[in-house]
Design a protein around this ligand. Sequence first.
Ligand code: ATP
Ligand code: MG
Ligand code: MG
Length: 353
Amino acid sequence: NSDLILYVNLELVNKKSDRRYVIKEMLGQGTFGQVAKCWDGETNSYVAVKVIKNQPAFYQQAIMEVSLLSMLNEKYDPDDQHHIVRMLDFFLYQNHLCIAFEMLGHNLYELLKRNSLRGLQLKYVRTFSRQILDALVVMKDAGIIHCDLKPENILITPNVKTAAGVKVIDFGSACLEGKTIYSYIQSRYYRSPEVLLGYPYTTAIDMWSFGCIVAELYIGLPLFPGASEYDVLCRMIEILGGQPPDDLLREAKNTGRFFKQVGSIYPGIEMQNGPISAYRILTEEEIETRESKKPKVGRWYFPRGRLDKLIYTYPWKNLNGENLPETEKTDRLALVDFLRGLVEFDPNKRWSP
Ligand code: ATP
Ligand code: MG
Ligand code: MG
């Protein structure tokens, strides 16, 4: 891709001096490889080095990560103002592509765990949301879809004397809008309806994941957890009190895996007293006969209920509606409204960053 070649000069890759980075400890492990905290002997500072598995598919995707991130860093965010991780270097080492990043702190999932999964105060939810949105605006301008936005891929920025901050990391699944190759993307809990259903996707899928993250930061647990895609879809329908619009269901490739057609698929032509939608979600029994290999999954029993109930009367937030100060009530209602714009089934109606 000619746009991207500009940003990856592979000749540079082999010119790096050997023994520049010394591994101190392991920071994390993902699908693509391992991330190590390293001492950089040239700049005398710590960096995070992602060592990519030495298999062609991972290598190719990591080249994409390097390309898209250098484009974002250099062209769209030269002054490091938009909460996107900085890439410092990349090189080949013993046939592994390695990418050096600025050293950041814990990821948001670790932060939630430390907080016993009880969620963060609204002021932090607000600050982090604003910063992630700032990154999403830049990514949208650059035509880049992250494709794997989740709490593990948002890191706390350490040592900032001012306020708490976050940065978006892991462009290892990212792609350019209009060059969407893969259909199996996004981590399950954060997977958008259009990806679940097999419908052409845009940067709007990151806004869905973002909505899931904002809710999770507040309530402390994933909004749409599920052991299967069907379970996740059922959770969405339960929490949002509706289902994807018929237009989407009619066009999507995987609709038949989750829905049964029960009415006319022609818009505007409805039978009297007929169903409002031409589709209904399959029952668990129907799913089981269709996907007989699927293991029987235990029900997720908490949190349950509609979105407004979850946010407004969330028991762990110590909230018994009436006793709340007015400002807190207003803020929670505003959060529900905000989330409604994000976890919107219809990608065209979903809010942009
Ligand atoms: P995934 O399975 O999500 O695709 P991945 O293999 O692409 O993961 P990353 O998400 O880039 O790898 O990194 C894995 C983990 O390593 C992160 O969740 C984070 O905890 C840690 N990590 C990554 N980059 C940094 C960094 N710059 N500073 C500190 N920790 C980091
Ligand atoms: Mg990751
Ligand atoms: Mg990744």
